[in-house]
Design a protein around this ligand. Structure first.
Ligand code: UDX
Length: 455
C-alpha cells in the first residue's frame, strides 16, 4: 500500500444487529485511539447515551438495505440478503464518493463477513478490504470446512473431527449446520462469509489468541487471520479508563434502574439471565426459567425483551417482586462487572460469552441457535467456566436441569475450579488488549500498514 499522507480513514460496515454492531464499534474505538479516522455505517439512527464519548473520533453515517424499519421486520433472509447487497453496494459506493468529495477519502473498508459484498465495493473503488468475523475461530473452522467441502454434513452422525478443534458431537455444531429448514437462508449466509476472504488484506476475528490457539493457527494457513478481542469497552479491562464504559450504539433502550437494585444485593448472590438481542424462546422455556428462579430462591435480574414479555407466566413478577427484577434491556457489561453477580444463565451468544469470560462470571449455557451450542461446548469443556444445560423436553431445558446447573456453578464442587479459571481468563483477556498483547499487536500491525508500511 502507498504511504498515506493524511490520517488513514476506515469505513466500518457491520451487519445491522446488536451482536455485530457492538464488537465492530468497539474495534473502531481501538483504531481511533491509535490515530485512525473512522466512519461507521449503519441503517438508521441508534440509541446513544450521554457518556458515549466515541462520537468525537467516530462519525456515524447511514446506508440503505432497501427496506424501511417496518418492511425489514417482515423480510426473510433469502429475500433480504440480495436486496441488501444491491441497495447496500450502491449506497456504500455513494457514501465513499461523498466522503472523498468532502476531503475525507476512505483508505480501507472493514466489512462484516455477513456482508461479503463489502469487499467487492472496496476493490471496485481501489481500496484496501479487511474482513471482520464476529464469531469465534473455532466456529469459523466449522463453516470454512463446509465452504471448502472438507466436512460433509450428510454423513455427520455422532462425532465430528476437524483440525484445531476438540471432538464435537452433533449437538455441539452450530444449529444451522444440521437444521437448514427452521431459519431458511442462515446456513448459506454463514458459509458464504468466506467468499473472497482469502484475498482480503486482513481477516479480523473477535476472539483472543490464547483462548483458541490451535484453531487460530489452523485458520491462519488460509487467510490473514488476526484476533483482536475481546472487543469490550476498555473500562472493564482497566478501571482507569472510565471514559469507555458502554459499547455506544444500541438498537434497544437500556433500563439502568437495575444498577441501584444490584447495589442492595450481597456479593456473588445474583443470577443474571439474558438471551441476547434475537432469541425467541418457547413459552414453556420461560415457564421453566421462572420455576428455576423460584426454586433456587436466589435474587435474580432477568432481561426479557418487550417482544418476549407476553410469554412470562401470569403473575410471576407479582409473586417474585421481593426476589428479583425483570428489565427489557440492561447495560449488560455494567451488570456482569458488578460483584453481586454469581451466575449468568445465557444463550452463549459469542459477545455474551466473551464478556462473561473477560469479566469472570461463570455461565449456565442454554443455547438457542446458531453458534451458541459450540460456544457452550467450549465454555464447559475447554475453558471450564460453566456448564451446558441439556434439554429434556424437545428443545426446552427443564427446571430440574436448570436448578442442577445453577447449583453446580454457584456452590457445587466445580464452582471453585470455575472461580480459579475466571481469574485466569480475566487476566489473559486483559493482557491480550494491553499494549503489546496478542490482540493489541494485531491491531497495531493493521494501523501501521495503513499508515504506510512500518510495523
Ligand atoms: C447474535 C447471535 O445470536 C449470536 O449467536 C452471535 O454469536 C452474535 O450475534 P445476540 O444473540 O444478540 O447475537 O447475542 P450476543 O452475541 O451475546 O450479543 C448481545 C449483546 O447485547 C452483548 O454485547 C450484550 O452485552 C448486549 N446486551 C444484551 C445488552 O447490552 N443488554 C442486554 O440486556 C442484553
Amino acid at each position: 500500500m502507498e504511504k498515506t499522507q493524511h490520517k488513514p480513514h476506515c469505513l466500518i460496515l457491520p451487519y445491522p444487529i446488536q451482536g455485530h454492531i457492538n464488537p465492530m464499534l468497539q474495534f473502531s474505538k481501538r483504531l481511533a485511539a491509535k490515530g485512525i479516522t473512522i466512519t461507521f455505517a449503519v441503517l438508521e439512527n441508534l440509541h446513544t447515551s450521554a457518556d458515549d464519548e466515541f462520537s468525537s473520533s467516530i462519525s456515524v453515517e447511514t446506508i440503505s438495505d432497501g427496506y424501511t424499519s417496518a418492511t425489514r421486520a417482515a423480510a426473510l433472509l433469502p429475500e433480504y440478503l440480495p436486496t441488501f447487497q444491491k441497495a447496500g453496494s450502491e449506497s456504500l459506493t455513494q457514501l465513499i464518493e461523498k466522503l472523498r468529495e468532502r476531503g475525507r477519502a476512505v483508505d480501507c473498508v472493514v466489512y462484516d463477513t455477513f456482508l461479503p459484498w463489502g469487499l467487492a465495493v472496496a476493490r471496485n473503488m481501489g481500496l484496501f478490504g479487511a474482513a471482520f468475523f464476529t464469531q469465534s475461530c473455532s466456529v469459523n473452522i466449522i463453516y470454512y470446512s463446509l465452504f471448502k467441502g472438507l466436512l460433509n454434513v450428510e454423513v455427520v452422525e455422532r462425532e465430528v473431527l476437524l483440525p484445531g478443534l476438540p471432538e464435537l458431537g452433533a449437538s455441539d455444531l452450530p444449529s444451522f449446520v444440521l437444521d437448514r429448514e427452521t431459519h431458511p437462508g442462515s446456513f448459506e449466509l454463514l458459509v458464504d462469509q468466506f467468499e473472497g476472504v482469502e484475498d482480503s488484506n486482513f481477516a479480523f476475528v473477535n476472539s483472543v489468541y490464547e483462548l483458541e490457539e490451535e484453531a487460530t493457527d489452523w485458520l491462519k494457513k488460509f487467510m490473514s487471520v488476526k484476533t483482536i478481542g475481546p472487543t469490550i469497552p476498555s473500562m472493564y479491562l482497566d478501571k482507569r479508563l472510565q471514559h469507555d464504559k458502554n459499547y455506544g450504539l444500541s438498537l434497544f433502550k437500556p433500563d439502568d434502574t437495575c444498577m441501584k437494585w444490584l447495589q442492595q444485593q450481597s456479593p456473588k448472590s445474583v443470577i443474571y439471565i439474558s438471551f441476547g438481542s434475537m432469541a425467541k424462546l418457547e413459552e414453556q422455556q420461560m415457564v421453566e426459567l421462572a420455576t428455576t428462579l423460584k426454586l433456587t430462591g436466589k435474587p435474580f435480574l432477568w432481561v426479557v425483551r418487550s417482544s418476549e414479555a407476553s410469554k412470562l407466566p401470569q403473575g410471576f413478577m407479582d409473586e417474585a417482586s421481593d426476589q428479583g427484577l425483570i428489565v427489557s434491556w440492561c447495560p449488560q457489561l455494567e451488570v456482569l462487572a458488578h460483584d453481586t453477580i454469581g451466575c449468568f444463565i445465557t444463550h452463549c451468544g459469542w459477545n455474551s460469552t466473551l464478556e462473561a469470560l473477560s469479566l469472570g462470571v461463570p455461565m449456565v449455557g442454554v443455547p438457542w441457535w446458531s453458534d451458541q451450542a459450540t460456544n457452550a461446548k467450549f465454555v464447559m469443556d475447554v475453558w471450564k467456566m460453566g456448564v451446558r444445560a441439556c434439554p429434556d423436553k424437545g428443545d426446552v431445558v427443564g427446571h430440574e436441569e436448570l436448578v442442577r446447573c445453577v447449583k453446580c456453578v454457584m456452590e457445587g464442587e466445580r464452582s471453585e475450579e470455575m472461580r480459579l479459571n475466571a481469574m485466569k481468563w480475566k487476566e489473559l483477556t486483559k493482557g491480550a488488549v494491553d499494549e503489546g498483547g496478542s490482540s493489541d499487536k494485531n491491531i497495531q500491525e493493521f494501523v501501521s500498514t495503513l499508515m504506510g508500511g512500518e510495523t
